[in-house]
Design a protein around this ligand. Structure first.
Ligand code: FMN
Length: 432
């Protein structure tokens, strides 16, 4: 059996989607509450809310296309959204992305402890190191730290947060009615963390939450990103193109975990896919082509990749191959688009790109896609999938195609859960 997670962003496509009349705004969170209920009924392990922290100004040297066409932005803070969603979904994990570069360990440890108490026991923290100089400017930093330094900082951030979560032992909260004593003083201590960048005293001022620390989710693809994952992550969400690359990715993360002294089975590696499900294979293929051959999709890919790489892709001739481009950002996604060495024009590459970060192209009937997913997991030896939506912006129609058609087909094969078994997000993970 394997795990299912769902990847979503705050600004869903519903304002402009096929059922737009139902929820004109995304900001009240209703869309996410409704869809999370559907995902819970389909026994998803968790919903992962992404985040990015700035209105990019890279594509065309301007923020216009991002604002006007709702690409990367608008974005609202995903952490409060997980509380709203968690209040209506008593069994699904709710994970939110928070930056280790622009948050403080004390604030994050306190926030996550609070949310894990409110949800209760189902909060996950997707650690992002953040890219783009715009983020640094928004947070008043002179510039963004270099890529690998951001990961060194992130390691330190996790250690500092860990020290804070551990500043109260099990049993520190006694709440003794007879004596009126709330805490056992012998079980509370300062964290006293001092690193190269970060310091915090503690103790944390919250009571320990049901999971004590949130489930740590991570998506770093680079060498340094994988080293961070091997040291810290309990769930890795990955993009690797094709079965071979997926297997190599998982094997690599697991080998690095062994080197770091961790049990490789204490981390699940889930692969990002965007299944497009139709009543027939032809219908699904037509739907996929309608979604990926549009001007909007091309602009989405170019503007998004410009933001993720810091390189303005609008300056390149669509009818020539992309020249080599150096980036401190998403080199892997850029290579996937460019197909360097193939001599294909950028226009041709865009037509072949499909959904940018997908590991597999899953297009067909519910039965055929379920079969492909099950076969892929057999070959990869893997732990599951993170299901995304076209343009990362889910619609009710897309979610329904997953929960009402694809998941039942997977359940009929016995490869995913048919009922939720555990109370906390973390308890779900080692079940298979
Ligand atoms: C499934 C998935 C989800 C991601 N979600 C976010 C996110 O919400 N916010 C963010 O800043 N980066 C996000 N990223 C980017 C990663 O954090 C990371 O920066 C990227 O994969 C490049 O890896 P590297 O940082 O190790 O070079 C995501 C990546 C993947 C594959």
């Amino acid at each position: 059996m394997f795990h299912l997670g769902f990847f979503t962003c705050f600004a869903s496509d519903e304002w402009n989607g096929p059922l737009a009349g139902h929820s004109a705004s995304f900001a009240d969170g209703r869309f996410h509450v409704d869809t999370a209920r559907d995902l819970e009924r389909a026994c998803f392990d968790f919903v992962l809310h992404e985040d990015s922290l700035a209105v990019p100004e890279v594509f065309g040297g301007s923020r216009d296309v991002y604002l006007e066409e709702a690409l990367v932005t608008p974005e609202h803070d995903p952490v409060p959204l997980t509380v709203a969603v968690g209040a209506h979904t008593p069994r699904t994990g709710v994970a939110a992305t928070t930056s280790t570069t622009f948050h403080s360990p004390f604030a994050l440890a306190r926030l996550s402890s609070t949310v894990d108490g409110l949800t209760p026991g189902r909060f996950g923290w997707n650690t992002a190191t953040s890219t783009g100089d715009g983020v640094a400017a928004d947070f008043g930093a002179p510039q963004l730290l270099d890529h690998d330094d951001r990961y060194d900082l992130a390691d330190e951030f996790v250690d500092a947060a860990e020290a804070l979560w551990n500043s109260r032992d099990e049993g520190a909260v006694v709440m003794d009615h007879a004596t009126g004593r709330c805490a056992d003083l012998a079980r509370v201590r300062p964290a006293d963390f001092r690193g190269r960048w970060l310091r915090t005293r503690g103790p944390l001022d919250t009571v320990p939450s049901p999971q004590r620390r949130p489930v740590l989710v991570q998506a770093g693809a680079s060498d340094r990103g994988r080293a961070f994952a091997a040291r810290n992550a309990e769930v890795v969400v990955a993009t690797a193109r094709g079965i071979e690359a997926m297997r190599a990715y998982r094997d690599d993360v697991r080998a690095r975990m062994v080197e770091s002294g961790r049990d490789p089975d204490s981390c699940e590696v889930l692969f990002l896919v965007t299944p497009i499900v139709g009543r027939t294979g032809e219908e699904a293929r037509a739907q996929h082509d309608d979604l990926t051959r549009t001007r909007r999709h091309q602009v989405d890919v170019l503007a998004r990749l410009s933001a993720y790489t810091g390189h303005d892709l609008s300056v390149h001739d669509l009818d020539a191959p992309l020249p080599p481009i150096a980036t401190e950002g998403s080199a892997g996604l850029l290579a996937r688009l460019a197909q360097w060495g193939s001599r294909k024009s950028l226009r041709q590459c865009l037509a072949e790109m499909g959904f940018a970060s997908d590991c597999l192209d899953l297009v067909g009937t519910a039965e055929s896609v379920a079969e492909e997913m099950a076969a892929a997991m057999e070959e990869v030896g893997g732990d599951g999938f993170l299901l995304g939506a076209p343009g990362f912006q889910p619609s009710r129609v897309h979610v329904a195609s997953i929960t009402e058609a694809l998941v039942p087909a997977l359940q009929r094969r016995g490869v995913v859960r048919s009922r939720s078994e555990f109370e906390t997000f973390r308890q779900n993970l080692p079940a298979f």
